[in-house]
Ligand binder design. Structure first.
Ligand code: DC
Length: 227
């Protein structure tokens, strides 16, 4: 049986995880959220009071940090840091900012990339992140670059926060998105890039279902080539 790897890259707030989750469920592929792994690393540094600019301490700590991925009964990815399930702590602003800041370091990326490759080796996966097509799975059968305008991504994030009862200003959310885009695209190690062979999907004027369907169609098209 052939193994299919699907890589989805794109900036923060483009809807990668929502789309990847839906498409994976429809295709019966395993969804792998690599951002969650960087966020788990970030939790480690926050919990240990390690400064985001202290590369020496961060590199030192990376040697021992234990991150594991498991799937619960509903097939939802759970992330374990030092054997503790930290999944419910991953999605805060503080953790996202720290993850973006420390993901610039080579040592932070090294073990996570190895873990991601291992997960994709033996099963059909849809993996989302920033460097999946360019670094982690350069031989992925399907590569997608999913984006949307910065204002639209900020509006989505703002609506999400408001729905959760979190007070914030739209301008602050937009500023944070633009800052994170810049950092993710301009870092030296594995920056966010669109590889030339990736299919570009701009979700600015598309619904979640439309984007998910497009991804499903691309994968099915690829699988049909084999028969
Ligand atoms: O997709 P996310 O917001 O959960 O990712 C959090 C941060 O982790 C993001 O700002 C950059 C980093 N990241 C990365 O460098 N490489 C990946 N493959 C995934 C995420």
């Amino acid at each position: 049986m052939r193994i299919y790897n699907v890589a989805i890259d794109g900036p923060a707030g483009a809807g990668k995880s929502t789309i990847a989750k839906k498409a994976a469920a429809a295709l019966r592929f395993v969804y792998i959220d690599t951002g969650a792994m960087y966020r788990a690393m970030a939790i480690y540094f926050l919990d240990h009071g390690i400064d985001k600019d202290d590369e020496k301490k961060i590199s030192e700590a990376c040697k021992d940090i234990d991150i594991e991925i498991k799937y619960d009964a509903g097939n939802v990815q759970r992330v374990f840091l030092e054997r503790v399930d930290v999944t419910d702590r991953l999605r805060t602003q503080e953790v996202g900012d720290m993850a973006s800041a420390v993901s610039v370091y080579k040592d932070v990326r090294k073990n996570l990339v190895a873990l991601q490759r291992r997960l994709a080796e033996s099963q059909n996966v849809i993996m989302d992140g920033r460097d999946i097509a360019s670094v982690v799975l350069p031989n992925a059968e399907v590569k997608i670059y999913l984006t949307a305008g910065a204002k639209i991504r900020a509006q989505r994030r703002y609506d999400e926060l408001v729905a959760k009862g979190i007070e914030c200003s739209f301008d602050a959310v937009l500023h944070e998105i633009e800052e994170r885009d810049w950092r993710d695209m301009h870092r030296e190690n594995s920056p966010l890039v669109r590889v030339p062979e990736a299919t570009l999907i701009d979700s600015s004027d598309m619904t979640i279902d439309e984007v998910a369907q497009k991804v499903i169609d691309l994968v099915k098209e690829e699988m049909a080539k084999e028969v």
